[in-house]
Design a protein. Structure first.
Length: 387
């Protein structure tokens, strides 16, 4: 289906698709097995200028006013080949969003051109007791002269240890609860900032997930994004922009699995014919394809709406795109494994990896249960407002 992308968007899609097919697909299984971070592919993505697609032109980017749509296009294409490797790009987009939301012009000039050139970023909110409950952050930042002194630990941070720029959410006023959380940029190499263990994950194994440890980490006070106490708002605004990106990752994973399932159904013979000759299997493929296309349509509709600058109640529709696409990805990849039969359960074949990679899309950036709660709250609020 034609989603009427601009000429520039079609070009970035083709570039991302070429990297996915020529650079990612041949090595996806190796990176999944080793868990090694895919720096050669990250460098190829940077050389292709794809990190520029969600950065404004005035900061050496080329988003052309459509950063969310652009991020979704590239994320989907890369994820068709490997959802884990694609995360180096997508998680950098997530880590960049607080800068787009809250940074001053001076701060943007300081960090955005570096990200546009391929420096990785990371978003550091989650803690042991602050996952879906983002307001329960405990990492503390205390102002001491011209520096913030940060102490605490962040958990399950994507791009952790590999990124150079971290947007970190810290409590600066414990008396105010969620209104006492602020956003501070911390760069890799800052004294007092180190990394804990790298997680051994079920899926997206080519993506680095680590603890961030802050021990009397001193950061210049000018690294604060926006006003003190606006961190929680920054995080929620970030999720409104980034959740369609998770949805695009889910769509890419689902489409990649569907493509493999269709190909296998034509090659695998049973009872004297390809298994695609059986109506029951064709109906499975039909349902899978229909749901993937429905998810894709929702993702790009929401992304365009956000980019238009006219969106109201963005949270509701951003949550819809993430929730629906992630559920579709899990269903489609599970059915793809079923189509492969016993072979689908074996690591010798690529399809089981898609199922493992799909699962995280239902969990991170807010579980799908949280998304449904956000959607329900949005519907009730809209009704109360007479919308």
């Amino acid at each position: 289906m034609d989603y009427f992308f601009t000429e520039e968007q079609q070009m970035m899609r083709e570039v991302a698709r070429e990297i996915a097919e020529k650079r990612i697909r041949p090595v996806a299984a190796e990176y999944d097995e080793s868990g090694e971070f895919p720096w050669p592919i990250v460098e190829a993505i940077a050389e292709a200028d794809l990190f520029r697609v969600f950065i404004p032109e005035e900061y050496e980017g080329m988003d052309l006013g459509t950063p969310v749509t652009n991020m979704c296009i590239v994320t989907e294409e890369l994820s068709k080949a490997c959802g884990g490797i694609a995360l180096a790009f997508a998680a950098t987009g997530l880590g960049t969003m607080p800068l787009l939301v809250a940074a001053s012009d001076e701060q943007k000039k300081r960090w955005l051109p570096r990200i546009a050139a391929g420096t990785l970023a990371a978003f550091a909110l989650t803690e042991a007791n602050a996952g879906s409950d983002a307001g329960s952050v405990q990492t503390r930042a205390v102002l001491d002269g011209d520096h913030w002194v940060i102490n605490g630990t962040k958990q399950w941070i994507t791009n952790g240890g590999e990124a150079e720029i971290y947007t970190v959410f810290c409590v600066t006023d414990p008396s105010k609860g969620a209104r006492g959380v602020s956003t501070i940029v911390v760069e890799k190499g800052t004294p007092g900032f180190s990394f804990g263990k790298k997680e051994d994950k079920l899926g997206i194994r080519a993506s680095a997930t680590r603890e961030l440890v802050f021990q009397d980490c001193r950061v210049p006070k000018e690294n604060l994004l926006g006003r003190p106490g606006t961190g929680f708002i920054n995080a929620m605004k970030t999720f409104d922009l980034s959740r369609p990106g998770v949805a695009a990752q889910a769509v890419g994973i689902a489409q990649g699995a569907l493509d493999l399932a269709v190909k296998y159904s034509r090659e695998r013979h049973q009872f004297g014919q390809p298994i695609s000759g059986f109506q029951g299997l064709r109906w499975m493929l039909a349902d899978m394809a229909t749901k993937v296309e429905a998810a894709r349509a929702l993702v790009y509709a929401v992304a365009r709406w956000i980019d238009s600058g006219q969106a109201k109640r963005t949270t509701t529709y951003s949550a819809m795109s993430k929730c629906f696409a992630a559920d579709v990805a899990m269903e489609v990849t599970t059915n793809a494994v079923q189509i492969f039969g016993g072979y689908g359960y074996m690591k010798e074949y690529p399809i089981e990896k898609y199922m493992r990679d799909a699962k995280i899309t239902q969990i991170y950036e807010g579980t799908n249960q949280i998304q449904r709660d956000e959607i329900g709250r949005g519907l009730i609020a809209a009704a109360a407002a007479g919308e």
